[in-house]
Design a protein around this ligand. Structure first.
Ligand SMILES: C[S@@+](CC[C@H](N)C(=O)[O-])C[C@H]1O[C@@H](n2cnc3c(N)ncnc32)[C@H](O)[C@@H]1O
Length: 271
C-alpha cells in the first residue's frame, strides 16, 4: 500500500513554521518519504532551512548555499538596489566593481547579472578571506554563466593586486558586523553559519566595527575619481560609518534605513 502523502499540516505539527513547510514540500514533494523525513529532522533539530534546501533565491539568481558561507539576507538585496541606483545616476556603459566579503558571491554576482541584462559591460573582483566561501562563490558564478568575475583570497584589500588601485567605479561590502557580546544573545540558529561571516571585534571603540572601519578607511585608494562605496552595517553603526567615511576623505556620505526602518546602508562617494 502507498504511504499517505505528507501535508503542510503534518510539518507544522512536527514544529516547522507554515511558510517553511511549503518550501520543503515544494523542494522534495509530498511523496518523497526518506529525503523529506531527513529534511524535516534537520529542520526540527534547528538547522537553517536554506542549508537544508541547498539553494536560495537572491535577486534574480538561485544561489547554491551551504555552511561554507553566510545565507544571503534580504537587506543585502536592498544594498544591490542602492548600488544599482548609484551606477544608473552615472550613466556608465561599463562598470568595474569589487565585492568585499563575497560569501556565496551574492551581491557581486547579482550586480553582474542585472547590469549585464541592461547591456552594461562589467568586471568584478570578488574578495573573501575564506577559501571555502570563495569555492562556493565560484560554483555560483559558473552556475549562472557570469563572465569577467575574478576571485581573490585576501583580508579585505591586503592581497588585492595593486594594479587595481584607483580603478573601481563601485565597491560593495557586507562585512561581519555583529559585536562579540551581542552575538552571545542572538538566536542560536546563527551558529550554523561561519562565525567569520558574522562577528567582528570592536573598532573605533564601537562594538562590531573593526572590519567596517578598515574597509571604509582603505576604500578611497581603490576607487576611481567618481567611485562609490556601498556598505552594509549594523543598526548601531550609523554615526560610526558616517564619521569614518568623512575621516577617510570621501566627498559625501549618506546612510539609509533598510525596509524594516533600521539604519543599514552607507553610500560614500569620491566626488
Ligand atoms: C556578512 S558575510 C557577507 C557574505 C555575502 N557578501 C552576503 O552578503 O551574503 C561577510 C563575509 O566576509 C568575509 N570576511 C570576514 N573577514 C574578512 C576579512 N578580513 N577579509 C575578507 N573577507 C572577510 C566572511 O568570510 C564572509 O564571507
Amino acid at each position: 500500500m502507498d504511504a499517505k502523502p505528507v501535508t503542510a499540516a503534518d510539518l507544522v505539527a512536527a514544529g516547522i513554521e507554515r511558510h517553511e513547510a511549503r518550501w520543503l514540500l515544494e523542494e522534495y514533494g509530498p511523496n518523497e518519504g526518506l529525503e523529506l523525513s531527513r529534511a524535516i529532522a534537520r529542520r526540527v533539530a534547528g538547522e537553517p532551512l536554506q542549508y537544508i534546501l541547498g539553494h536560495w533565491p537572491f535577486r534574480d539568481l538561485d544561489l547554491l548555499v551551504d555552511p561554507r558561507a553566510l545565507i544571503p539576507r534580504p537587506e543585502s538585496e536592498e544594498l544591490v538596489t542602492r548600488a544599482l541606483g548609484e551606477l544608473q545616476r552615472q550613466h556608465l556603459t561599463q562598470v568595474k566593481m569589487m565585492d568585499l566579503g563575497c560569501g556565496t558571491g551574492a551581491i557581486g554576482l547579482a550586480l553582474v547579472q542585472e547590469l549585464g541584462s541592461q547591456g552594461i559591460k562589467t568586471e568584478l573582483v570578488s574578495v573573501d578571506l575564506s577559501g571555502e566561501a570563495l569555492a562556493l562563490a565560484r560554483e555560483n558564478r559558473d552556475r549562472h554563466h557570469l563572465a569577467n568575475v575574478a576571485f581573490v583570497q585576501s583580508s579585505w584589500f591586503e592581497s588585492v593586486d595593486q594594479k587595481h588601485l584607483g580603478t573601481f567605479d563601485l565597491i560593495t561590502a557586507n562585512p561581519p558586523y555583529v559585536g562579540e557580546v551581542e552575538f552571545a544573545t542572538l538566536d542560536p540558529i546563527l551558529r550554523y553559519e561561519p562565525l567569520l561571516a558574522i562577528v567582528s571585534p570592536t573598532g573605533n571603540e564601537v562594538p562590531g566595527f573593526k572590519d567596517l572601519a578598515e574597509i571604509i578607511a582603505e576604500a578611497p585608494k581603490w576607487l576611481s575619481a567618481n567611485g562609490v562605496l556601498v556598505c552594509e552595517h549594523a543598526d548601531i553603526h550609523r554615526e560610526a560609518v558616517l564619521a569614518a567615511a568623512h575621516q577617510a576623505g570621501f566627498a559625501t556620505a549618506e546612510d539609509f534605513d533598510d525596509l524594516a526602518g533600521k539604519p543599514r546602508i552607507l553610500i560614500a562617494k569620491m566626488s
